[in-house]
Design a binder for this molecule. Structure first.
Ligand code: 2RA
Length: 350
């Protein structure tokens, strides 16, 4: 029989993209059960061209479920993922609740698919969208060159902060559009008002060097996630990683600059070959023609787009790249769907 899938968090920003992806991918599932908070129960959403009524998150929602995808806040996943696993479902969780649990594999199917098979808690985690936006390309280069160090800066879209992030950017843009603002200190802040949440500063006509919450010694949670998750996915527990995470006025698609240092000398020609053939990566890099990826073009697509491929001028073992990835697709829903499809193939012996 075809496996039963539960989509937990079906009404959220990532859940919406998940339903599109499930409707576009090969139809391997039997029942698809849509699960959300009790206040969304009873709503009807479309998946695979059919209307499905959303059921409330409770124990009964997991009866007979083979695979449960979770796209919910960390605290909801922390409580409900183990309960779903206790009902016999394999949980694919996109929250941060279990990513660093040594008993939970952290999986990117293009990089470490084998890890999904060993899941003592019945839970498989997917990484944060910022890590995901670069790790497929970095993983392909690591497989050939051997990674020693990563220095990255992110340019993160507001939808990484959920629907509230998108609403804040749109509201602020409507207040600054057609004005002369952005020419004197504080003029944008006065125009958009104090309600800048979920961001600490105005994001329209601005960049905000902050994402996540404060951790030790001035680092943000987002920056720590990039470091910890990259190490775990690549199986390099002592990899040197430095990240600076920045929010930019883009709706969807995270970008990063990546400075990657390897075990020996690298060449741009071989790097381009690797990136041009790596699954899940598109090389789009023709500086003479002015061609490189931007979030406005990468949004809504599946791959990790890579451009601006250069060898570091002062270090023949290092590369500099610019990458873009849709934070709601590969950065969240698509990676979760890909893991769930791996698990389904394993369960059905396909
Ligand atoms: C963000 N990476 O962009 C976060 C969401 N998980 O805010």
């Amino acid at each position: 029989a075809r496996p039963t899938l539960a989509v937990v968090g079906a009404t959220g920003a990532v859940g919406t993209v998940m339903l599109q992806i499930l409707s576009q991918h090969a139809d391997i599932w039997g029942e698809i059960r849509l699960v959300a908070s009790p206040r969304s129960a009873g709503r009807k959403l479309t998946v695979r061209g059919e209307e499905v009524e959303v059921v409330a998150l409770d124990e009964a929602a997991f009866e007979g479920v083979d695979v449960a995808m979770f796209d919910v806040p960390d605290e909801v996943a922390a409580e409900w993922a183990p309960r779903a696993a206790a009902h016999g479902a394999v949980v694919v969780d996109n929250s941060a609740a279990f990513r660093m649990d040594p008993q939970v594999p952290l999986v990117v199917p293009e990089v470490n698919p084998h890890a999904a098979r060993i899941r003592p808690r019945g839970i498989v985690a997917g990484p944060n969208c910022t890590t995901l936006s670069m790790i497929v390309a970095v993983g392909a280069l690591h497989a050939e060159f051997g990674l020693r160090e990563l220095v990255v800066s992110s340019y993160q879209a507001v939808s990484g902060a959920g629907r509230a992030g998108v609403e804040t950017l749109r509201r602020q843009l409507s207040l600054v559009a057609g004005t002369e603002l952005g020419t004197s200190p504080g003029d944008v802040r006065r125009a958009v008002g104090d309600r800048t949440g979920p961001f600490p500063e105005p994001v329209a006509l601005n960049v905000v060097p902050w994402a996540g919450s404060l951790r030790d010694e001035g680092w943000s949670s987002e920056e720590m996630k990039v470091r910890d998750e990259s190490r775990k996915i690549l199986g390099l527990p002592r990899l040197k990683v430095t990240a600076t995470c920045v929010r930019v006025p883009v709706v969807t698609t995270h970008s990063l600059t990546v400075h990657a240092r390897f075990e020996g000398e690298v060449t741009v020609d071989r790097t381009r070959e690797i990136l041009a053939t790596a699954p899940g990566v598109v090389l789009f890099d023709d500086p003479e023609a002015g061609e490189f990826p931007t979030p406005a073009d990468a949004v809504g697509t599946d791959p990790t787009w890579v451009g601006r491929v250069r060898r570091a001028l002062d270090d023949p073992t290092a590369l500099d790249l610019f990458v873009c990835g849709d934070n709601l697709r590969k950065g969240a829903a698509l990676n979760t769907a890909q893991i769930a499809e791996l698990v389904a193939a394993e369960l059905t012996g396909a």
